[in-house]
Ligand binder design. Structure first.
Ligand SMILES: [Zn+2]
Length: 58
């Protein structure tokens, strides 16, 4: 099953989304995206846990 995530699900006004085969891969894409587009989001353990809770399996 593919793992997917989209910024819209996080309540962001952003059309970015990603889909990969593993959570690890997906989180590295999310990290890259947050660092370039959402610099206001601090990638602390709490926010990373929140982001992980938004991952969907398809
Ligand atoms: Zn975004």
């Amino acid at each position: 099953m593919a793992k997917s995530i989209s910024c819209k699900d996080a309540g962001k006004n952003c059309s970015w989304s990603a889909s990969t085969d593993s959570v690890e891969e997906l989180m590295s894409l999310v990290t890259e995206h947050v660092l370039t587009e959402h610099k206001e989001i601090e990638l602390n353990s709490e926010n990373i846990a929140n982001i992980k809770s938004l991952i969907k399996e398809e």
